[in-house]
Design a binder for this molecule. Structure first.
Ligand code: MG
Length: 210
C-alpha cells in the first residue's frame, strides 16, 4: 500500500463523536494519579495507570481506550515505542506527556504520528485542549483513511469490470459498449452487483483455460 494516509482501524466499531475513555501510562505514581484525577475532572472515564511501556500496550489492547496518554521515560522502554504499537497496531491515538522536550523525542513522536505532546506539569486546560485537538485530528484521519479504502475498492472493481468486458468482447466478437450493456443487463436481471457478474465472467474464463 503506497498511500500517505495510515490505515487506521479503530478498536470500536462505532467511533464516538467525543472520546470517553482515556488511558494513562506513567511510571511515576504521583504523576499518573494526577493525570487520572484531571481526566475525571474533565468528565472522562480514566483508565489505568499502566506503569511501564509493555503494560501500557497490553492495557490499551485489553481496555480499548479512545485515547492514551503516555509518559516517555519509563523503566522498561521508551513510551514512544509503546506509542507506536498502540497507534499502529491498535489504532488508538496517543498523546505523549513528558518532562523533557528533547528535539529527538519530538522528532520521533512526529514520525510515529503522535497526536500531541504535553510538557509536565500538565494543567487541566492544556489537557482538555490537547484531547479535543487530538480527537478531531483523529476523526479526520479516520475519514481520510476510509476515503482511501473506498477509492482503492472502486479502482479494484473497475479493473474487474474492464477485464470481464474484454473477455466478452473477445468471446462474442461484439463491440465494447455492447459487452458492457450485457454485463449490466445480467446484473440487473440477476439482482447482482456489476462487479459480482464481472467476477463470475472472469472465473468462468479461467475455467475454460483461456
Ligand atoms: Mg517517567
Amino acid at each position: 500500500m503506497s498511500t500517505d494516509v495510515a490505515h487506521i482501524d479503530h478498536p470500536h466499531d462505532d467511533v464516538p463523536a467525543l472520546p470517553r475513555r482515556v488511558m494513562v501510562a506513567d511510571d511515576e505514581h504521583l504523576v499518573a494519579a494526577g493525570l487520572l484525577g484531571l481526566l475525571e475532572d474533565l468528565g472522562y472515564e480514566a483508565v489505568g495507570p499502566a506503569n511501564n511501556a509493555e503494560s501500557a500496550v497490553s492495557m490499551a489492547d485489553a481496555e480499548s481506550p479512545d485515547i492514551a496518554l503516555l509518559d516517555i521515560r519509563m523503566p522498561d522502554a521508551e513510551g514512544l515505542t509503546a506509542a507506536e504499537q498502540i497507534y499502529k497496531q491498535l489504532g488508538i491515538p496517543v498523546i505523549m506527556v513528558s518532562a523533557y522536550s528533547d528535539p529527538e523525542y519530538v522528532a520521533i513522536g512526529q514520525r510515529i504520528g503522535v497526536y500531541g505532546y504535553l510538557l509536565k506539569p500538565v494543567t487541566v486546560d492544556q489537557l482538555r485542549i490537547a484531547i479535543d485537538i487530538a480527537w478531531s485530528r483523529y476523526l479526520t484521519d479516520l475519514d481520510l483513511s476510509g476515503q482511501v479504502n473506498d477509492l482503492e475498492d472502486r479502482l479494484a472493481q473497475r479493473k474487474i469490470i474492464e477485464q470481464a468486458k474484454w473477455i466478452i468482447v473477445k468471446r462474442k466478437q461484439i463491440p465494447e459498449p455492447e459487452a458492457m450493456r450485457m454485463l449490466q443487463k445480467q446484473a440487473r436481471n440477476g439482482r447482482k452487483q456489476l462487479v459480482e457478474v464481472a467476477q463470475a465472467v472472469i472465473d468462468s474464463d479461467d475455467l475454460l483455460g483461456d
